[in-house]
Design a protein around this ligand. Structure first.
Ligand code: ATP
Ligand code: MG
Length: 676
C-alpha cells in the first residue's frame, strides 16, 4: 500500500464486490490495477491463476505484466493471466474448440483477408459503389454491436442496406466454411458460447476469482457482454477508466458502458481519483480547460502537487518541413545543451501520414527514433505469403490462404485451372486444398495441372504431419523445399530489395521460434502447435505492429491513438490545425449531428496529458497535401486553451531561424563525432 493515496488504497483493498474507478489522466488508474493484482494474491490469498486482467494493447499488457512481476515474484505469480481482450478470446476459443463449433487448426483472418473475401462477393452482388474496406467496417460494426446477419437484414431500411446485410451473411458463411475467425469473432464467439452453454459459462465463472479491466471506457458492446458473462452475478471485478479518454467510438466503443455498469450492478462502488501524479501544473491546467468544453457523464477535478513546471509553448511554423525542422532543433538542443535523453521525447500526431517529414528530419540529424505503427511488417507481401503458408499447413480448409500461395512460387496454375478447381470443390463440398487430392478432379482439370495440384497437396500433407511435433523445423523445411528465398530474390527489383525481403522472412521465422521457446510471450508456448503460434503472430500484428522492437534511447513517434496510457517527459503535439486535429472526417460527421468534435477533443486531451514535464504544441501555416499547397487554419482547440498559459513563439523570422538551424547542424555534427 505504499505510495498510494487514500482513494487509491481504498480501490485496491475493496475486494468484496464490483468496483468502478473513474478518474482523469495520470491519476494512477493503471497503478491501482497492478497493485490490486498483487494485493489479491498476497493479502487476499487468491491464487494467481484466478486473476484475469484485461487491457486493449499488447504493449499495455506487457507493461502491466512486468509491473506486477516486480511486486509478486516466482511461484506466487504462476498462472496469472494478463492479456488483451483479443488474446484472451483466442485462448478461450482454443480451450473450448468443440463447444465453439470450430475444428482444430482454425485460421485467424486479418482485415486484408476479410476484404479479399468480400471483393468477389461485392462484384457478384453488383455492389460496386462500396469499397471492400467500407463493407468490412460496416460488418465489423454489426458484429461489435452483437447484431447477427438476420437481425441486420430485418433492420434494413432500403435495398442497399439489405444487400449489405446479405453480404454480411455470406461473409459469415465463408468464414465457417474456411474454419476461420476474424478479429471481431475473438470477442463475439466467446460471447455466443458463454451465453448459450451454461456449463461452459459456469466453469469459466468459477475459474475467474477477480477480473480487472484497464481503459474500460473503450469497451464496445461485445466486450461489455463478455465481461458480464465472465463475472456472473457476483461481479467480483475492478474496472478503471476515464470517459474523457474514450477515443474508439469509430470501433464501436461505448463510453455509456460506464453508466450501464451502475444499472447492471446495483452494489457497484464508484471511486474517483483526483490527484494527477504525472504532469506539472501548467500542462494539467491546459488539459482541464480543454476537456471542460465537452459534456460530462461524471464530474471530475484533477490537481497536481508537482508545481507549475515549464511553460507550455506553441510554435507556429511556415509549413510542414519547417515544423519538423524546428521540432528536431528543439530535440537536439534539449539533448546536447540540457542533457535530456532522446527517449524522453515523443512526437505525437493525429494521422500516420504526418510522420514522414519528422522521420526524414530525424534521420538527417542522426537522431535515433522509433516509429509505432506505420507500414506494418505483416502487411508486407512476403510476410503475408509465409503466414498464408503456415495457415494452410495447419488448416487445410483455409481457401483464402490456398489462393494466396498456390502460385507463389509459380506452379503454372492459371485462373482457368483455379476456376475449374473451385467449381469441383464447391460441388463436392471440399476446400480447395482437399479438392486437389480428391479423386474425380481429372474431369475438370487437365493432366499436367492436376499433377501439380496433387503434388502441392501431398507436399503440404507430409509437412503437416511433421509440424505437429516440430513446428519450427517444418516451417523452415517448407520454405526450403519450394525455394521460396530464391523465388523472392528473382521477384525483387534490386539486390538490396531482395535481401531485405529475405531478411523479413527470416525475421518472421525467428520470431516464431522465439515465441515457441517462450522468450517473448505470456505463458508457456512450448507445447503450442504451429496453428497457435501463427494465430498469435497475426494477433500481435493488428494490435501493436512493430511495438515489440521499441527500446533503447530513441525519440518516440506515434499517433495519438497509440499513445493512450503512456507517458513521456517531453511531448510535441504537432499539427494543431483544423482538418488535422480535429480531423476533417470528424468535422464533417459533426456537421451531420454526430459528436465527432467531442471525440477529437478527447484525443487532444489524451495527447496533452501524456506529458510529464514539457509540452510543446506546433502548427504549420501551410502544408502540401495531395500535391497541392493548402493554407491551414489553427485548430479550434487552441482557442479553447487559456490564453495566458500558452507561450507563443510565432515569430520564426529568418535570422532566428537560421541561428537555430546553425545550432542544429553544429549539434548534429557533434553527435556524429560522438562527443557532446
Ligand atoms: P492514464 O489515464 O493516462 O492511463 P493513469 O490514471 O492510468 O493514466 P498511471 O499511469 O497509473 O495513471 O499513473 C501516472 C503516473 O503517476 C505514473 O508514473 C505512476 O507511477 C504515478 N503515480 C500514480 N499514483 C502515484 C502515487 N500515489 N504516488 C506517486 N506516483 C504515483
Ligand atoms: Mg492508465
Amino acid at each position: 500500500m505504499h505510495n498510494l493515496n487514500p482513494a487509491q488504497a481504498e480501490a485496491v483493498s475493496h475486494t468484496s464486490g464490483p468496483l468502478l474507478v473513474i478518474a482523469g489522466a495520470g491519476s494512477g488508474k493503471t497503478r491501482v490495477i497492478t497493485r490490486k493484482v498483487a494485493f489479491l494474491i498476497k493479502k487476499r490469498g487468491l491464487p494467481a491463476r484466478a486473476i484475469l486482467a484485461l487491457t486493449f494493447t499488447n504493449k499495455a499488457a506487457r507493461e502491466m505484466k512486468s509491473r506486477v512481476g516486480e511486486l509478486v515474484r516466482g511461484r506466487a505469480a504462476r498462472g496469472l493471466r494478463v492479456s488483451t481482450f483479443h488474446t484472451f478470446g483466442l485462448n478461450l476459443l482454443r480451450r473450448e474448440l468443440k463447444h465453439a463449433g470450430l475444428r482444430p487448426g482454425f485460421s485467424l483472418f486479418d482485415p486484408q483477408d476479410g476484404e479479399a473475401l468480400l471483393k468477389d462477393r461485392l462484384a457478384e452482388a453488383s455492389l460496386t459503389e462500396i469499397a471492400p474496406a467500407a463493407a468490412l467496417a460496416r460488418i465489423s460494426h454489426w458484429k461489435n454491436d452483437l447484431i447477427p446477419p438476420e437481425a441486420a437484414a430485418n433492420a434494413a431500411e432500403d435495398d442497399f442496406d439489405a444487400a449489405l446485410a446479405a453480404l454480411y451473411r455470406d461473409y459469415e458463411r465463408s468464414l465457417r466454411a474456411y474454419n476461420a475467425v476474424d478479429f471481431d469473432d475473438l470477442i463475439l464467439r466467446p460471447v455466443a458460447l458463454l451465453r448459450e452453454q451454461a456449463a461452459v459459462r459456469e466453469a469459466w465463472q468459477a475459474r475467474i476469482g477477480h477480473l480487472l479491466v484497464d481503459e474500460y471506457q473503450d469497451t464496445n458492446s461485445a466486450q461489455y457482454e463478455l465481461i458480464r458473462l465472465l463475472v456472473g452475478e457476483l461481479g467480483a471485478f475492478t474496472m478503471v477508466g476515464d470517459d474523457d479518454q474514450s477515443i474508439y467510438a469509430w470501433r464501436g466503443a461505448r463510453p455509456q458502458n460506464l453508466a450501464r455498469l451502475q444499472e447492471d450492478y446495483p452494489t457497484l462502488k464508484v471511486i474517483m481519483l483526483e490527484q494527477n501524479y504525472r504532469s506539472s501544473g501548467r500542462i494539467l491546467k491546459l488539459a482541464n480547460a480543454l476537456i471542460a468544453h465537452n459534456p460530462h457523464l461524471f464530474d471530475k477535478r484533477l490537481w497536481s502537487a508537482l508545481g507549475p513546471g515549464e511553460p507550455v509553448r506553441l510554435l507556429s511554423c511556415r509549413d510542414e518541413a519547417h515544423e519538423a525542422e524546428r521540432v528536431v532543433a528543439e530535440i537536439l538542443h534539449g539533448h546536447f545543451a540540457e542533457q535530456h535523453a532522446f527517449g524522453d521525447y515523443a512526437i505525437l500526431y493525429r494521422g500516420n501520414h504526418q510522420a514522414r517529414v519528422f522521420e526524414q528530419a530525424l534521420r538527417t540529424h542522426r537522431i535515433p527514433y522509433f516509429l509505432s505503427g506505420g507500414q506494418s511488417f505483416f502487411a508486407r507481401s512476403e510476410v503475408k505469403d509465409v503466414m498464408a503458408y503456415l495457415r494452410l499447413l495447419t488448416n487445410p480448409d483455409d481457401d483464402a490462404a490456398f489462393l494466396r500461395v498456390v502460385n507463389r512460387p509459380g506452379r503454372g496454375i492459371g485462373s482457368t485451372t483455379l476456376e475449374a478447381l473451385g467449381g469441383f470443390a464447391g460441388a463436392q463440398h471440399l476446400s480447395l486444398l482437399r479438392a486437389c487430392a480428391a479423386a474425380g478432379l481429372g474431369g475438370p482439370v487437365k493432366d499436367p495441372q492436376r499433377a501439380e495440384l496433387r503434388a502441392f497437396s501431398h507436399w503440404l500433407e507430409e509437412l503437416r504431419g511433421r509440424s505437429r511435433t516440430e513446428p519450427i523445423a517444418s516451417a523452415r523445411a517448407l520454405l526450403k523445399d519450394c525455394d521460396y528465398h530464391g523465388w523472392l530474390y528473382q521477384q525483387s527489383s534490386s539486390r538490396a530489395q531482395g535481401e531485405k525481403r529475405m531478411q523479413n522472412v527470416d525475421d518472421l521465422v525467428a520470431w516464431l521460434d522465439a515465441l515457441h521457446k517462450g522468450e517473448r510471450s505470456e505463458g508457456n508456448l512450448r507445447d503450442a502447435g504451429l496453428d497457435d503460434l501463427t494465430a498469435r503472430l497475426s494477433l500481435l500484428d493488428v494490435l501493436e505492429r512493430q511495438e515489440e522492437d521499441a527500446g533503447g534511447d530513441r525519440v518516440h513517434l506515434m499517433t495519438l491513438h497509440a499513445a493512450k496510457g503512456l507517458e513521456f517527459e517531453r511531448v510535441f503535439l504537432v499539427g494543431m490545425e483544423e482538418d488535422l486535429l480535429p480531423h476533417r472526417a470528424s468535422i464533417e460527421a459533426d456537421d451531420q449531428g454526430l459528436s465527432g468534435i467531442e471525440e477529437e477533443r478527447r484525443l487532444c486531451y489524451v495527447g496533452i496529458t501524456r506529458a510529464r514535464r514539457a509540452l510543446c504544441l506546433t502548427l504549420a501555416r501551410q502544408r502540401r497535401r495531395y500535391g497541392e499547397t493548402i493554407i491551414c487554419e489553427p485548430s479550434r482547440f487552441l482557442a479553447e486553451l487559456p490564453e495566458g498559459e500558452l507561450r507563443r513563439d510565432n515569430d520564426p523570422n529568418a535570422a532566428a531561424d537560421s541561428r537555430q538551424r546553425g545550432r542544429a547542424h553544429l549539434d548534429a555534427l557533434k553527435s556524429m563525432l560522438g562527443g557532446n
